[in-house]
Design a protein around this ligand. Structure first.
Ligand SMILES: NC(=O)c1ccc[n+]([C@@H]2O[C@H](COP(=O)([O-])OP(=O)(O)OC[C@H]3O[C@@H](n4cnc5c(N)ncnc54)[C@H](OP(=O)(O)O)[C@@H]3O)[C@@H](O)[C@H]2O)c1
Length: 229
């Protein structure tokens, strides 16, 4: 049984990963910005007895520090899943304003970094010693399409953070990967996306299982296909 901490676990892919992880016998520390209104997560925690719900806003250093303080467990796998997408528009899209840039970069880039830094002791003293950053194929420079600027830039930077962490943490035996979950039917992905959350979550958990010191620094999708940077 592993202990897995998942950020943004109250809905979407994060919630599905939490549900599948407990179903296979893992213990999940599931974070939500507003645990008091995370009804489905609370119900799953009650039903399974294997989910601990904790508050976390990944952009707020006090919240990150409070989570680290409230987490005495060893964390075998840290999943940095919380993310935001402001708009799919091009360069003239009014939604790509300074506030949106701040929000998207803070959530999708600084968030995984700050949470990793705060939880490193819990990861380092675990058996598993793994960190997974949920990025996106939209962060691939080779796949650039000329739109969704803050989101694409943030997901490229999230891969960069994962690669640098993989290098720095290798001597400490901690493996780090960056992942594309597929185009998934969630609030973010929309109803017309390719796959449901169960397929994405199952694939991602299998990829996290496969992550090792031999593959640290990987950028791949939920099926294990390597992605261009
Ligand atoms: N869906 C796709 O097709 C797709 C494709 C590629 C990559 N991804 C990536 O996969 C991850 C999960 O996406 P999803 O589709 O499940 O999205 P989602 O349904 O919109 O859920 C996003 C989750 O992130 C949380 N979150 C947002 N800002 C946060 C913050 N500042 N602090 C803590 N939690 C925060 C949300 O919490 P609240 O409920 O409080 O807002 C929610 O739990 C994201 O990183 C996304 O970029 C998704």
């Amino acid at each position: 049984m592993a202990t897995i901490l998942i950020t943004g676990a109250n809905r979407g892919i994060g919630f599905a990963m939490a549900r599948q992880a407990v179903a296979r016998g893992d213990h999940v520390i599931a974070t939500a910005r507003a645990p008091e209104s995370a009804g489905a997560l609370a119900a799953l925690a009650e039903e399974t007895g294997r989910i601990t719900v904790r508050a976390l806003d990944v952009t707020d250093e006090d919240s990150v520090a409070a989570l680290a303080e409230a987490t005495p467990e060893e964390v075998d796998l840290l999943v940095l899943n919380a993310g935001v997408l402001n708009s799919y528009g091009g360069v003239a899209d009014a939604a790509h304003d300074a506030e949106a840039w701040r929000d998207v970069l803070m959530t999708n880039v600084a968030g995984p970094f700050l949470v990793t830094r705060a939880l490193l002791p819990q990861v380092e003293r675990s058996e598993g010693k793994k960190i997974a950053i949920v990025s996106s194929i939209m962060g691939s420079n080779e796949g650039a399409k000329g739109n969704a600027y803050p989101y694409r830039a943030s997901k490229a930077a999230a891969v960069n953070v994962a690669r640098n962490l993989a290098i720095e943490l290798k001597p400490r035996g901690i493996a780090v990967g960056a992942y594309h979950p597929g185009w998934v039917r969630t609030d973010m992905g929309g109803g017309g996306a390719d796959i449901d959350v169960e397929e994405s979550a199952g694939g991602l958990l299998a990829r996290f299982d496969a992550l090792s010191m031999a593959t640290t620094g990987v950028f791949e999708d939920y099926k294990g296909a390597g992605l261009p940077f």
